[in-house]
Every structure is written in C-alpha cells, then in structure tokens.
Ligand binder design. Structure first.
Ligand SMILES: [Zn+2]
Length: 90
C-alpha cells in the first residue's frame, strides 16, 4: 500500500469530535496535545483516525503515526481509554 493510498483511508480527529466531546465533556479538537513517541505538539484535531469500523477507535500522531489514543466502547456505555501515547491539554 502506498502512502497516498494509506492517507486516503484516514480521517482527521475532527471525524470523532462528537465522541471526544462526549467522553471529555469539552470540545477536544482545538486542545493541544504532545505525542509521546516523537514529541509533536499539535491540536488534537490533527491526529489521524485509521479505522472507524473496528471494536475501538485508534488515533495516531499525524507526524510519526504512533498510537496516541485508543477509545474502546464498553457494554455499559462507558469507554476504556488508553492515552499513554499522548499528553492532552484539557
Ligand atoms: Zn508522533
């Protein structure tokens, strides 16, 4: 798969803005984040979303593609959040 094709399959984090706001209680897309892998400092909205059809949503750094956030819905309506790949400004 070429980088161009790979890019075509991704969305920016604005695609999950509503979900992030539901979880964090505020609009997260304009909040700053720092990638734990490469140190990239950018708005949360610049993170890339690679797959919206799996059991969870994975967000990746737009620079190094390292996993920054994973959001996995639970049966009780809550979310399991893995955020060790980023520092979020809330
Ligand atoms: Zn990065």
């Amino acid at each position: 798969m070429t980088d161009l094709a790979d890019e075509a399959l991704t969305l920016d984090a604005n695609a999950v803005a509503g979900l992030l706001e539901e979880i964090y209680g505020t609009d997260m897309t304009a909040r700053m984040s720092e990638c734990g892998h490469c140190g990239n400092k950018a708005q949360v909205g610049t993170m890339r979303v690679y797959d919206m059809t799996g059991p969870g949503i994975v967000l990746r750094c737009s620079v190094c593609t390292g996993i920054t956030l994973m959001l996995v819905p639970q049966r009780d309506g809550s979310y399991l959040i893995e955020a060790s790949g980023t520092v979020l400004g809330i």
